[in-house]
Design a protein around this ligand. Structure first.
Ligand SMILES: Cc1ncc(COP(=O)(O)O)c(C=O)c1O
Length: 404
């Protein structure tokens, strides 16, 4: 099994960071690349076009490998919401049809459609959270509901950011395909950890950023676009999205037809080489470890937590509906926020998410971290434990942020 990779990160021993689903620490190698990249921008006369091209293509290739795509089917974008805005511009959702989303799914795969629903005349149907936690079953039932309008699209996270519920994408993709509906996968909470094979699934769009599970920086994300949509109009109109619009030529707008493949969807100002290289390092490292090893490792850590809390009154989702790397606990006494705050005061960082306590270990965690978390939580929940203070400590505010 993959051993803890803590030595590759800058994590003091007394910090127990179990919050990769919000944002992960950067590996030392990515930090070093960031410093080198900043110095490079300090001397731009040394940067040539070959360097630029190699940076785009390295990142594109690394992202494509994570989902078994061709690099030419992947665009360089800055955020998941950008990917959604692109998809919504390309995809025509017919009036009278339904777009399916998951209850309390992250804003990025949801709000683009709710914003467009009225003007475009379709409805967004939000699936309620199933009591058994099985989002796959709930989605399949909703797709096939008799008498309901035709489903044009499911815009869903592969792993729900708040409860850690995992979709069986193979099943969902098959059902959607059989009724001619499109599938947009927000793979933010799974890319690099869980396998996702676009050749097998044939989704319409897949989008993911690098700053969480891919141990990369903010502002770097990737959009897979199925070939059937690659003739769409990009969100932004860039020179490099066109065949021949070159600043160094004598005729500027020589050929304004779009380039082939998903490259036409590349964001403006994609020349952010500092973070592009950092992103590549994170993605390549995840690929080297491989899904199977990462899942085995993170599944073992979350299971160790479940085992450690077995005799305590906390709600733990069933193993078959939750992702192996995210564990969201519920507490009979109410929202987890005060507990999270008290853990943070001890240097143990988890996230309060919609009342739950979301625990998301990554490869830099080890058994010592999860045992420490279990011991601290048990102590906080022990009968007679000190009541939680309502004030929020600075540490807590720092560690939780607003990021989902
Ligand atoms: C499921 C999911 N999608 C998207 C995002 C981030 O979206 P964006 O890149 O648009 O800020 C998050 C962040 O927590 C997330 O959990």
């Amino acid at each position: 099994m993959l051993v803890s990779q803590r030595a590759l990160f800058d994590i003091p021993r007394d910090v127990c960071f179990l919050n990769a689903a919000s944002w992960s620490p950067l590996p030392l190698a990515a930090q070093e690349a960031g410093r080198t990249g900043a110095a490079r921008k300090g001397r731009p006369w040394l940067i040539d076009q070959d360097f630029a091209t190699s940076q785009y293509e390295r990142a594109r290739h690394a992202a494509a490998q994570l989902i078994n795509a061709q690099a030419s089917d992947v665009a360089l974008i800055p955020s998941v919401s950008y990917g959604l805005a692109t998809a919504a511009k390309v995809l025509t959702v017919p009036a009278g049809s339904r777009v399916l989303t998951l209850a309390d799914d992250h804003s990025s795969p949801v709000l683009e459609w709710t914003t467009r629903a009225g003007p475009q005349g379709f409805t967004v149907e939000t699936l309620q959270r199933p009591s058994n936690g099985d989002w796959t079953e709930a989605l399949i039932v909703a797709i096939a509901r008799p008498g309901a309008a035709r489903v044009a699209l499911a815009s869903v996270s592969s792993v729900h950011w708040s409860d850690g519920g995992m979709l069986d994408l193979g099943k969902v993709a098959g059902v959607l395909r059989s009724c001619g509906a499109a599938l947009l996968i927000d793979a933010t909470q799974s890319a690099g950890v869980l396998p996702l094979d676009v050749c097998a699934l044939d989704p319409d769009f897949v989008v993911f950023p690098t700053y969480k599970w891919l141990v990369g920086p903010y502002g770097r994300a990737f959009l897979y676009v199925a070939r059937r949509h690659q003739d769409g109009i990009p969100l932004e109109q860039t020179s490099y999205g066109r065949r021949d619009v070159r600043a160094d030529a004598t005729t500027y707008f020589a050929d304004t037809r779009y380039v082939d493949g998903a490259r036409r969807f590349d964001m403006g100002e994609r020349d952010h080489f500092i973070s592009l290289e950092m992103a590549s390092i994170g993605m390549e490292t995840m690929t080297q470890w491989g899904n199977a090893a990462v899942v085995a490792r993170l599944g073992a850590l979350t299971q160790r937590i479940v085992d450690g809390l077995r005799d305590i009154d906390v709600g733990v989702p069933d193993g078959h509906v939750r992702a192996p790397h995210i564990l969201s606990l519920t507490f009979p006494q109410g929202p987890a926020n005060p507990l999270v705050e008290r853990l943070a005061a001890q240097g143990i960082y988890v996230a309060p998410r919609l009342g739950r306590m979301r625990i998301s270990p990554h490869v830099y965690n080890d058994e010592e971290d999860v045992d420490r978390f279990v011991a601290a939580l048990r102590e906080l929940l022990a009968p007679g434990a000190r009541r939680v203070s309502p004030e929020r400590s600075t540490t807590f505010k720092r560690s939780c942020g607003r990021d989902a």
